[in-house]
Design a protein. Sequence first.
Length: 423
Amino acid sequence: MSAAPALQTIDLAAKAFWAQPQSERDAAFTVLRRENPVSWSRPAESDLLPPELNTKGFWSLTKVDDIRAASRNPRVFSSAEGITMEDFDPLMKEAAQSFIAMDAPRHTQLRGITLQAFTPANMRRIHGWVHEHVKALVDEMAPKGQADFVQDISVKLPGRIFSSFFGLEDGDRRDRTIQAAQDLLAWTDPEVAGEGEDAALALFAECVMTLHQTASELAEERRVKPGDDLMSWMLAAEWEGKKMTDDEICAFFVLLAVAANDTTRHSTAHAIHTFTRFPDQKALLLEDLDGRVEGAVEEVLRWSSPLLHMRRTATEDVVVRDAEIKAGDKVVLWYCSGNRDEDHFDDPFRFDILRDRNQHVAFGGGGPHFCLGAALARQMLKYVLYEVYGRIPDIEAPEPDFLVANFINGVKSLPATWTPEAR
Ligand code: HEM
């Protein structure tokens, strides 16, 4: 880890903070956990709102216990005002965030409908897709001997799974939709969004529109001719006599495009990079892939925190430690910090796949918004580790190019080399 910065120099609101290497950000969060675990920041520097609308600062929760307590108390820590440190235009929020940015009873109802679509039989079908796609991608990559792991596996895998989810056939619409899902969360990176004042917002709006268009076309098509896919299951699902409206289906499609796509994409890249960084842990994994793969998945999730934060808004005055949070204040839950909390994890800066009781907060701190796709995400990572290390165990990927972002812990590229598998 880098040298500890002075407390007063730490500025989580600055874009420059998120452009630093992870070791420097980790050092800053360590100082916060120790010296000021619930701290106040000025408004986050934003690409999505003009300065006159971007007036609200935010509190940061950096300790696991506080993150868990806030996550499990949605009456006081509401999701309805938005779930990112940066505010969104309200119309965009409604169009893009679905029930992740709602409270009960609307959240309960929409999540309830969604859960009806994930029956055990449908989950088996989904797991089948996942394994099939992982295998096919590793088949394509293994004989090459070198590739950008992000392009060959991390990007393609969630794209293909997302296509199976919604029964998107190969072609322009599928490619356009997957591209939009991939670009949606990269607004803070000028290399993706382009330079210029409105570039980030324009990219974001365009992605949302593309995803809405695909979702409404698919909904219409599946109403006429249901298929064996999530869109058809969603259209049929109901909870307490209610189905989703078309607008709700479109917003859910956007939520899923992000939730199922970006997070898994980056976690597979982090996995391969992290095992390259820590060859002793890779050796342990290879010694007993069957027995250790699940521990490895949990440790990769803790280590990488693919989602760096989620945000809540206080509905009433509340004191956390000695911070006096006022009704209406934004409260950011830093999973990346919770996952290095010294009071919770032994030797938190050690990557250790044999870690006991690895109760990380990569999927959130519990409560009603706990990641709906946690089981699926674990399954995806597990199959990737199995197939990659089972078939090309000497793969090395030491030099990632990281995304500059305060929400997603992203990897833009990851050149990798290995002994090619004989065809
Ligand atoms: C490594 C991969 C993933 C990570 C790290 C991750 C992380 C998270 C986190 C931190 C939350 C918010 C928890 C909270 O606010 O308390 C969340 C919510 C959610 N995730 Fe995931 N996720 C992943 C994969 C997936 C996948 C594959 C799906 C698709 C099925 C998915 C669907 C969702 C949905 C729908 C929500 C909103 C739940 C709600 O508000 O009720 N996630 N995820």
